[in-house]
Ligand binder design. Structure first.
Ligand SMILES: [Zn+2]
Length: 217
């Protein structure tokens, strides 16, 4: 399968879509945040270096992240395709990632931009409720994502809570920041001819259908 990079504004449904694609195609799902956390937890040389930088309030350099990605994408479970999540975030990272792929003789695959209307994103984010125990995400206004019993987790019966950073003002700020930061990447991949845009629909199944089309074309 084609490897996938997602460019998706907050609340565009990237997480849900990734899960559905992993299930359908057996993609490996690579979250660079998780990769880094697991290296830190395992106290590997890269993990220790990253940890000391983060403790000092410094950014983890691109080279280190790329090393992690390089190790990860050469694993056997990635040979049938992988979804790269949370990377690249800047054009510089995109250029370095291209170099890495060239060195490894690997294909970039397809970059999927999930287009979501800002009002819809705000509405989605601000009606999102999560289970404090298992982390499952629900949505008060979505017929597909609301809990079976209002305000209670289907699985562990805990009372659901709203995340602090999901209030409208902070969300809009996060959304705008994302758009501003991501536009150079969007343009870069568009020029390369690897960018495909799909729409975020109310129903995850409609969005999924578009993604499948892009992957299989
Ligand atoms: Zn739960």
């Amino acid at each position: 399968m084609k490897n996938i990079i997602f460019l998706a504004p907050p609340a565009a449904g990237k997480g849900t879509l990734s899960e559905m694609l992993v299930e359908k195609y057996g993609y490996a799902h690579i979250s660079t945040g998780d990769l880094l956390r697991s290296e830190v937890a395992l106290k590997t040389p890269i993990g220790l270096e990253a940890e000391s930088l983060m403790k000092a309030g410094k950014y983890v350099p691109d080279e280190l992240i790329l090393k992690l990605i390089s190790n990860r994408i050469t694993n056997s479970d990635c040979q049938n395709g992988y979804i790269l999540d949370g990377f690249p975030r800047t054009k510089v990272q995109a250029l370095k990632y291209d170099e890495l792929l060239k060195d490894l003789g690997k294909d970039l695959g397809v970059v999927i931009y999930i287009d979501i209307d800002k009002d819809m994103a705000v509405k989605r984010a601000c009606s999102r409720i999560t289970c404090p125990k298992c982390g499952k995400i629900y949505n008060k206004y979505s017929s597909e994502m609301k809990p079976k019993v209002e305000g209670v987790c289907d699985d562990c019966k805990e009372a659901l809570t709203q995340r602090q950073d999901d209030n409208e003002e902070t969300f809009i700020k996060r959304f705008d920041e994302y758009m501003q930061k991501t536009m150079p990447l969007y343009d870069y991949y568009k020029e390369k001819g690897v960018l495909k845009t799909i729409k975020a629909y109310e129903s995850k199944f409609d969005t999924f259908k578009e993604a499948v089309k892009v992957i299989e074309e």
